[in-house]
Design a protein around this ligand. Sequence first.
Ligand SMILES: NC(=O)c1ccc[n+]([C@@H]2O[C@H](COP(=O)([O-])OP(=O)(O)OC[C@H]3O[C@@H](n4cnc5c(N)ncnc54)[C@H](OP(=O)(O)O)[C@@H]3O)[C@@H](O)[C@H]2O)c1
Length: 261
Amino acid sequence: MDLFAAFGPWAVVTGASAGLGEQFARQLAPLGFKLVLVARRAERLETLAQELAKTHGTECRPLPLDLSAEGADARLDEATADLDVGLFVNNAGLGYYGSFVEQDRERLAGLVRLNCAAVALLAHRFARRLVARGRGAMVIVASTAAYQATPHMVLYGATKGFDLLLAEGLDWELRGTGVRVMALCPGATATEFQGAADGVPHPGADPSVVVRTALRSLGRRPAVIPGLSNKLVVHSQRLFPRRLVTFFGERVLRRFDPAGR
Ligand SMILES: NC(=O)c1ccc[n+]([C@@H]2O[C@H](COP(=O)([O-])OP(=O)(O)OC[C@H]3O[C@@H](n4cnc5c(N)ncnc54)[C@H](OP(=O)(O)O)[C@@H]3O)[C@@H](O)[C@H]2O)c1
């Protein structure tokens, strides 16, 4: 599919200063997309915007914004109101390893604001705009953690379950409008995520491969799980009782929780 013809000319990417978001920007720019790059670290966004503009001759607007702050969805909507946005990559997110009851409550509140409230409010604002123009797409980045309970990362898995159901439900509701929504559900990926999550470093998929899979699937399906082993794990879980799935999930996640080993 010619993604630019289908979903151009402007794409907004949240969480574009690192990891998967940065990869979305890097892979969309050569396709001709003009980009709005959103995250908190302004310097990184500026550097990336300049590089992509220089290399691909495309227009890039860095937009430093804390998406967990009250009213951030309105600010992003207003800052892009003059642009014909056809693709919204709802990607910014984080998680924390550790015991739920021992976590700092403010940190958990920030996690819910970013992974759920901001994702839903931005989905609402940009889905309206896409429907009004009769064509467009949205990626909502969930996780394989969305498919089962995640002891040692309880709230993270719960927020990603929210993101997955939001994407699948919204895609169905928007049938016939010309707008497609897709949940991207990666397994462990080599980004800055594990560091930010206070996790034990462990190998992960190449983020460029994850994003390539996402872009290949965009407009074709409501959810994509990159990687054969991730697909097998997620789909085979349906054959087992949920408590057993949680039991095995805990054994895996325990290894990545510095306090759980
Ligand atoms: N890496 C994995 O193993 C993995 C697996 C499955 C799903 N995911 C999901 O993939 C998405 C991207 O994560 P990643 O792996 O690319 O992690 P990452 O490398 O840590 O990137 C996270 C991005 O989100 C931005 N961000 C964090 N808090 C923000 C806030 N309050 N306001 C605005 N932007 C914020 C960060 O930028 P600033 O710090 O500059 O704000 C950064 O650009 C997340 O939704 C994550 O849950 C990751």
